[in-house]
Design a protein around this ligand. Structure first.
Ligand code: DGY
Length: 315
């Protein structure tokens, strides 16, 4: 994290900083764990029982991300360690990327742009680079949380019909945008676009797999800005290659980073970004601010303002 973003911690904590690359706990950080009282982590840092065993004095973990699948929350809760995240900070930025991927995939930006550069733009052709219509199409949003709602607002602005699958109904989105809640299977069957906005948990890992991909329309386009492992990469590759679905736009992949020689890059109907959903100056700064607020609160023995396991405060 740029030093400037960590200003709120100046003079209040002693910081021991790891290298940006490679991710995870470098040797000097591992050695410092026995005296650490707080951890400020990125989503690339895995915090599990082994790390916590080495850090017996830690009383707050502050993840600079809204997602927290890199942290073993059950283990932290068992040890009464509050874990903080940064909800809200990247909602609009991530929804922008999801909508951008949707348009790029529907209108074949990658193929059209590289064809133009490579001299295949010979004339204006009535059948050149035809793509899918967006206005009037059905978007199925899986997960109607903050980012799902921000995506729904964008889709509404583009004239799309919105259906969604969620564990609970979202009346305000239904009344303001005309969104309709569907059972997941039905949503998969009827959507022209499917956008994923759910956290990675045991129950969502591999949700998009051979069976769910085969349920979709052959013209369907899948957008993933949540977490890579929600989609089974091998099954997605087959789906895109064999035409079970039309295209995919991914900001997250499994694995991450996706190696440059990965099969997905060879598929012209797959548009891939390197996990940049929250990569705007404003969103990233706000994430850092919230993470600093969390770490300071935890060190001062106060309740974290943005806590993912508030049960640790129950007696
Ligand atoms: C998050 O916050 O979880 C995103 O994946 C990165 O901003």
């Amino acid at each position: 994290l740029p030093v400037d973003w960590l200003k709120p911690l100046d003079g209040r904590v002693r910081l021991i900083v790891g290298p940006a690359d490679p991710p995870g706990f470098a040797d000097h950080l591992l050695q410092a764990l026995p005296e650490a009282e707080g951890l400020l982590t990125l989503l690339t840092d895995r915090v599990d029982a082994a790390i916590l065993d080495r850090a017996p004095h830690v009383r707050v973990i502050s993840n600079v991300a809204v997602g927290f699948d890199n942290i073993d929350i059950a283990e932290c809760s068992a040890r009464k360690i509050p874990v903080g995240n940064t909800p809200g900070a990247m909602v609009e930025a991530t929804a922008d990327i999801a909508m951008g991927l949707l348009i790029a995939s529907a209108r074949r930006f990658a193929e059209a742009s590289s064809d133009a550069r490579e001299g295949h733009w010979k004339t204006w052709s009535p059948i050149g680079w035809l793509g899918a219509d967006i206005s009037g199409a059905v978007i199925g949003i899986i997960g109607m949380g903050k980012i799902g709602k921000a995506m729904a607002r964008r889709a509404h602005g583009f004239g799309m019909k919105i259906i969604y699958a969620d564990t609970s109904s979202q009346p305000e989105i239904e009344s303001s945008l005309g969104a309709i809640r569907y059972p997941l299977d039905d949503l998969l069957r009827v959507s022209d676009y499917i956008s994923l906005h759910i956290p990675l948990m045991n129950s969502t890992r591999g949700l998009i797999n051979e069976s769910t991909l085969r349920t979709m329309k052959p013209s369907a386009i899948v957008i993933n800005t949540s977490r890579g492992p929600i989609v089974n990469t091998t099954d997605l590759c087959r789906a895109l290659r064999e035409g079970w679905i039309a295209a995919a736009g991914l900001d997250v992949t499994d694995p991450e980073p996706l190696p440059p020689d990965h099969d997905l890059y060879d598929l012209p109907n797959c548009f891939i970004l390197p996990h940049i959903g929250s990569a705007t100056h404003g969103a990233r700064r706000r994430m850092a601010e919230m993470a600093c607020e969390n770490v300071l609160a935890g060190l001062e023995g106060k309740r974290l303002p943005y806590c993912v396991n508030p049960q640790v405060y129950e007696t």
